[in-house]
Design a protein around this ligand. Structure first.
Ligand code: PRP
Length: 209
């Protein structure tokens, strides 16, 4: 019987999270990597994995359909979900920054900022005392300054390659990001021993790195 359900983010974070789990000694089924299945069981571990969009992981954990999840700090800062952050996994490291065309100022009359992180962007400019219009996009944010939709973007920078290849430059670093282990507060009470054991196994691997 599976006694733990874990929401894993598909895409970029998945590779590093998968590697961390395997190196920590968890016996994961091959199909978690190789198939398009969205629910995969690891019978030797009594764990069920839900493969979700990164932005949706905290939703599953908040609602308790997953006990545990792996979520980027970017998603946690953006969403303010009712989940506990248990552990920094030190994977998928990157940062959020403002960027735009080189040698440009913000438009003085109607400055516009494109982002898929409206909360983080709003807080950043509020703290600076600058009033900006936030334009929310779902991806390919770098397009916005290139085609005149916005003066600046607020987005993830990992290698910096996307900015470079599109002729954009970074202006301000906002916050460092890495993936975190999050837990549903009720699960953490009810399954405390099981979750502690799981976390200890991960921590053991993290200490070796
Ligand atoms: C992210 C981010 C940047 C890019 C940064 O986008 O939004 O566009 O990665 O990575 P780099 O610094 O290594 O170039 P992602 O690929 O997740 O897709 P998206 O544009 O659909 O958000």
């Amino acid at each position: 019987m599976n006694d733990l359900t874990i929401a894993m983010p598909k895409g970029r974070i998945f590779e590093e999270a998968y590697e961390l789990f395997v190196e920590a000694g968890f016996d994961l089924p091959k199909e978690i990597n190789d198939s398009r299945k969205l629910i995969v069981e690891a019978p030797n571990e009594n764990i069920k994995f839900i493969l979700a969009k990164p932005m949706d992981v905290p939703v599953y954990v908040e609602h308790g359909v997953a006990d545990i999840g792996i979520a980027g700090k970017d998603v946690l800062l953006e969403q303010h979900r009712d989940v506990h952050e248990l552990l920094d996994l030190y994977i998928s490291k990157c940062y959020i920054a403002t960027a735009g065309l080189p040698n440009t100022q913000m438009n003085e009359i109607a400055p516009r900022v494109a982002t898929k992180y409206p909360t983080i962007a709003t807080n950043f400019y509020k703290e600076k005392g600058e009033q900006v219009e936030i334009i929310e996009l779902n991806g390919s944010i770098e397009l916005a300054p290139m085609i005149g939709l916005a003066d600046r973007i607020v987005d993830i920078v990992s290698t910096g390659q996307t900015l470079k290849e599109n002729g954009l430059v970074e202006y301000e670093k906002i916050v460092e990001i890495s993936s975190r282990l999050i837990v549903n507060p009720v699960s953490y009470r009810v399954k405390r021993e099981r979750i502690k054991e799981f976390v200890a196994q991960l921590k053991n691997e993290l200490h070796k790195r």
